[in-house]
Structures are given as structure tokens and as C-alpha cells.
Design a protein around this ligand. Structure first.
Ligand SMILES: [Zn+2]
Length: 369
């Protein structure tokens, strides 16, 4: 079915209040004109990619041209993180960082293919992965929650910064500004997922405060800057806004540390990327976020059956707040891009990239129907 027919079907569905098809939320007045593709009424057919090292950016550029555009991707969420040659804080450049010129080239390439590019830098949580600590907490260890001298937090594989630390605004916001400028972006993804360490009793600023209030403060500070001042659309992962008990999700895809009430303390114009990677009969959060007034962008990963189940649920429960589907891939190694490109002996690639690439193609194919 052609895109035109797709839209016609959706409009018909909306007018007759029949669910079971994609219904696409109309973009807000603050929605963009600088970038193509996701105009009001357009389904968001997204892919989330961890930025490769600079040396492998040509693979990403080929994937954009040879795969993403042909299969119908119209949004690229590029998790750049600290892999950027920040001018405002050169001390925070991670090894393999891309330059501003690299970013401009990728943005231009995406524009030529009508793909809207949205950079991402994980905020608050995910400041480390296992033994690797990202530059912010390496260079400014006093910004960690709790401050590094006091730490005994149980989940240190995934460290957080302190949401009340006075340097957050001064250090982090210029990084976001640089990425927005470099990609000429009209939307920014702030991460905010898997925040396991928050409101530590060992933090002199956060001690005794409710995790939901601390989490909401971090979201609201970012929203004030990104939406209020920079006039871009803000996106974030949804897991910390879900109560694991009520939703019957696990402790990664939902919260058991008191952050869930923050959902009623943050602006409704934030786009929520509702990620779930396991097979279930139902994904109640898709309804929940829409009922709360948020636009939702359900996000599967590499388990094909789970991805299909999530898509089916998204179609079934779509209102005018449903944006489309965001396929995640979760591998910064160039193997991920090689799997997407279908290069070399695919049977020699590990399961992870092969499955993620296959799920991406299947989801995009289903989105065309
Ligand atoms: Zn703190």
C-alpha cells in the first residue's frame, strides 16, 4: 500500500473512530519546519542508532542511503552521547568523537533522504556502562549521585548525576546546544532511562527528598531549556514514569525506585519512547501514556515476536497521540551497521546485530501496510 493510501486509511479511521490502524498525533505548534518528513499526519518510522566511532561514520552514511531511506525510515535518533568534539567543554570529548562537520554532513544526507535526525545525549542516568564511566563523571566526579567519595550505591554499572548539583546547567546544557546546532535539529532525545541511583541518603542535596520530585525536576529543567528556550521537541524514554507493580513490567522497563509519580509533574508535550523488548500479550503503558496526554512512540528491539506484539498493541490502542514505531538496535560496534547493510558473511555475525537488523526491516515493512 502506498503512503498516500496509508494516510487516507488513517484519516478514514479517525473520522469513523475505528481503532486498529495507526492514528498519528498531530504535531504541536512548536513542531518544526527546519527538517523534513515528520510533518503533521506522517507516521514516525524511526530507527535508534548508537553513534559509531568517527572512523566508522562512512558505514552509518551508507546505511542511511542504502537501507534506511529505501525501507522507509523517516526519523533517525542518533545517540551521540559524548562522542562529539564539544567546543564548550573539550574535556568531555570521548574517544572516537565526531566533529561538527561530520554532524553537518550526516544531517545534510538525512535531509536529502527526507529523514529527520534527532541527536541524543543521555541525561541524569546512564553516565556509565559496567566498568566504563563516561567523561562527565570522570572529569567531574563530584557531580555523581551520591558524590563519589560517599558512594556505595548498588547499581553502579549505570551511574547517575545528581539532579540538584549546581553545575548541571552550566556544564550539560551547552553540550545539548552544540548537538542541536551541529545537526540543525528540531528535536532532541534526553535519554533519562534506567535511572537506578537517585535521591541517595549520602547526597547532602538530595537526602530525604522524594525520587519522583527529583526526577521531575531533572525533566523540567531540561524541558525549560530545550522546549522553552531552544524551541525544539523533547523526547525521552518512558521507563522511569511507569510503576513496575501496576504495569507488571520488570525493574528495567519500569520503576521500582519511586520515580513513577513524576508522570504527573512534567509537561505533556514531551514525546515518550515506550521501550519494551520482551514478548507479552499486552503492553498497558502504550494506553497509559496516551491517556495521560503524552504522544507515545513505542520502541521494540531485536526479538521479532516481541516487536510484532508491541506493534500490534500499538495499532490496537492507537489514539491521535500515537506517533509510529522506533526500532532500537543497541550496539555501537560497526558489526551493527554491517548487519543492517547485509555485508559480508552474515552467518558469522553474532545474534544480536543480525536479529536487530532483521527486526528493523520487518517493522518497517509492516509500517508500510
Ligand atoms: Zn544529589
Amino acid at each position: 500500500m502506498t503512503e498516500t493510501n496509508w494516510i487516507a486509511r488513517r484519516l478514514k479511521a479517525m473520522s469513523t473512530a475505528v481503532c486498529g490502524l495507526w492514528l498519528v498525533g498531530s504535531a504541536s505548534a512548536a513542531e518544526p519546519a527546519r527538517q523534513p518528513a515528520t510533518r503533521p499526519g506522517t507516521t514516525w518510522r524511526g530507527v535508534h542508532i548508537l553513534s559509531p566511532d568517527k572512523a566508522h561514520l562512512p558505514l552509518l552514511e551508507r546505511a542511511i542511503t542504502e537501507v534506511f531511506a529505501p525501507i522507509g525510515v523517516n526519523v533517525l535518533v542518533l545517540e551521540v552521547g559524548y562522542k562529539f568534539e564539544f567546543a564548550s567543554h573539550p574535556e568531555l570529548r570521548q574517544e572516537g568523537a565526531m566533529s561538527r562537520a561530520d554532524a553537518r554532513r550526516i544531517a545534510e544526507l538525512c535531509r536529502r533522504h527526507s529523514i529527520r535526525v534527532m541527536p541524543e545525549l543521555d541525561c541524569l542516568g546512564h553516565q556509565s556502562w559496567k566498568d566504563n564511566v563516561w567523561p562527565l563523571l570522570t572529569k567531574y566526579p563530584d557531580m555523581e549521585e551520591p558524590p563519589s567519595k560517599a558512594k556505595d550505591a548498588p547499581r553502579l554499572y549505570c551511574r547517575s548525576w545528581c539532579p540538584l548539583h549546581p553545575k548541571v546547567t552550566e556544564i550539560v546544557f551547552p553540550l545539548l546546544d552544540e548537538l542541536i546546532d551541529a545537526f540543525e535539529a528540531d528535536a532532541f532525545h534526553v535519554g533519562m532511562d534506567e535511572v537506578f541511583v537517585i535521591g541517595s541518603e549520602q547526597c547532602p542535596r538530595c537526602k530525604g527528598k522524594a525520587p519522583a520530585e527529583l526526577y521531575a525536576k531533572a525533566v523540567n529543567d531540561l524541558h525549560r531549556h530545550l522546549v522553552g528556550e531552544k524551541k525544539v521537541t523533547m523526547l525521552m524514554w518512558g521507563d522511569r514514569l511507569l510503576d513496575a507493580k501496576t504495569m507488571k513490567y520488570g525493574e528495567w522497563e519500569a520503576s521500582i525506585n519511586g520515580t513513577a509519580p513524576a508522570i504527573d509533574m512534567i509537561p505533556k508535550d514531551i514525546v515518550i519512547c515506550d521501550w519494551h523488548y520482551g514478548l507479552r500479550d499486552d503492553y498497558p503503558s502504550i494506553r497509559y501514556f496516551q491517556e495521560k496526554g503524552f504522544r507515545v512512540w513505542p520502541s521494540p528491539w531485536r526479538d521479532m515476536k516481541a516487536a510484532e506484539a508491541l506493534m500490534a498493541c500499538a495499532r490496537r490502542d492507537a489514539t491521535d497521540k500515537m506517533l509510529g514505531i522506533l526500532c532500537t538496535t543497541w550496539m555501537s560496534d560497526p558489526m551493527m551497521l554491517r548487519a543492517i547493510l547485509g555485508e559480508g558473511d552474515q552467518s558469522k555475525l553474532p545474534e544480536h546485530p543480525r536479529e536487530a537488523a532483521a527486526a528493523l526491516r520487518t517493522c518497517m515493512e509492516k509500517m508500510r501496510r
